[in-house]
Write a protein that binds this ligand. Structure first.
Ligand code: SAM
Length: 344
């Protein structure tokens, strides 16, 4: 029965809520689900794995998401922000290594005004004309997103985090709202960005019904990139008592996402790699086609601690790209030097 559901999902790219619930609950069909997701990915993207150089520009944040280790009210964090020169030299190093996408990610740091971000984006665009510039800097005004786009940014990652209103309000302080998050995502699409969204798997209070709500939201948004990873606890947050999300459910969801959104770019996230050994490889085998190694200066990597024990070494480090290439080759995939645009 569940095999039939997998095949139905593959052809229709959709299932009824109760059918999705069955798939999310069923262990027995995982192998078949992964196999089908892999076939779909190979048909569109072959065995190629796209790499993105992740530059974590600041761990200052004005927000207080209850799950996040760099929330403003965590006074135990040593804060840092990169200079324009440090960001540019990270890009330079990344370019030499073969990266053709740079992702500037950070907390919502008021120091990085819209003008400062534009100035940095313009310089990256000037120096690395054949690269994609991805921003992941949180919620901004539509005007700001427009300015960044004109300056040369082409992609934006902003997870919706939770599409269910009640769950969103349990994970975030009152100041933050799901409406505002959603508006940002639709603004970004309208401007012309390739947009990425997503959510944590196994976040405190999250139910399987909430996950179905996330999938429905993603269908409405139809993003180019979908990032999911297990929730991982951090001892200096209000959620320190809650357990980590499951790798197994995350992998199952990656496969479901691949069948629902065949063309999407789906990363095997650092959280997946941190949560279990070979998590990154398993993510690729389940249907993911992107990996985002860390290109931040080595002295700040451990400070961008959104959850504890976050991997920054080995195949997660841009400098050790050969390790990642080997890991991928060993499971039948190939890391490529490519801008890695979505294939629609
Ligand atoms: N400030 C930007 C934003 O809001 O999109 C980007 C930085 S934010 C730290 C990046 C992502 O980290 C979030 O979208 C969230 O899903 C993820 N994250 C934060 N805390 C986490 C945790 N404890 N476990 C897993 N992922 C987490």
């Amino acid at each position: 029965m569940s095999r039939e559901l997998v095949l139905k999902l593959k052809t229709d790219k959709n299932l009824k809520d109760e059918e999705l619930l069955t798939l999310l609950k069923t262990d027995e069909v995982d192998q078949f689900l992964r196999q089908e997701a892999d076939l779909v990915r190979r048909k569109i993207y072959g065995n190629k794995v796209y790499i993105r150089g992740l530059i974590e520009i600041s761990n200052y944040c004005k927000n207080n998401c209850l799950y996040c280790g760099i929330r403003g009210e965590n006074f135990g964090v040593t804060r840092y922000r990169l200079t324009k020169e440090e960001i540019l030299s990270a890009c330079e190093m990344g370019y030499a290594l073969g990266f053709r996408t740079f992702v500037m990610q950070g907390g919502e740091d008021p120091y990085f005004t819209d003008d400062i971000i534009c100035d940095i984006v313009k310089e990256i665009r000037k120096r690395f004309a054949d690269c994609a510039i991805t921003l992941s800097l949180g919620e901004k005004t539509k005007e700001a997103y427009e300015m960044f786009f004109k300056a040369g940014a082409n992609r934006y990652l902003l997870r919706h985090e939770a599409a269910d209103f009640n769950l969103y309000s349990k994970l975030h302080p009152k100041k933050m709202s799901l409406e505002s998050r959603k508006k940002c995502l639709f603004d970004l699409k309208e401007i012309g960005y390739q947009v990425g969204s997503g959510f944590m798997v196994g976040a405190p209070f999250q139910t399987l019904e909430n996950i179905i709500c996330d999938l429905r939201f993603l269908q409405a948004l139809n993003p180019d990139m979908i990032g999911i990873g297990p929730y991982i606890s951090h001892s200096q947050t209000p959620f320190k008592e809650y357990k980590n999300g499951e790798t197994k459910l995350t992998l199952r969801l990656i496969s479901i996402l691949r069948l629902m959104f065949p063309h999407s770019l789906i990363p095997a996230t650092t959280a997946l790699g941190t949560n279990s050994e070979n998590g990154r490889e398993q993510g690729i085998m389940a249907g993911a086609n992107v990996v985002m190694p860390n290109l931040s200066p080595e002295n700040v990597r451990s400070l961008y601690e959104i959850y504890e024990n976050k991997l920054t070494v080995g195949a997660e480090s841009a400098q050790e790209l050969d390790k990642l290439k080997k890991c991928m080759k060993d499971i039948g995939y190939e890391v490529v030097v490519d801008i890695g645009n979505v294939k629609r």
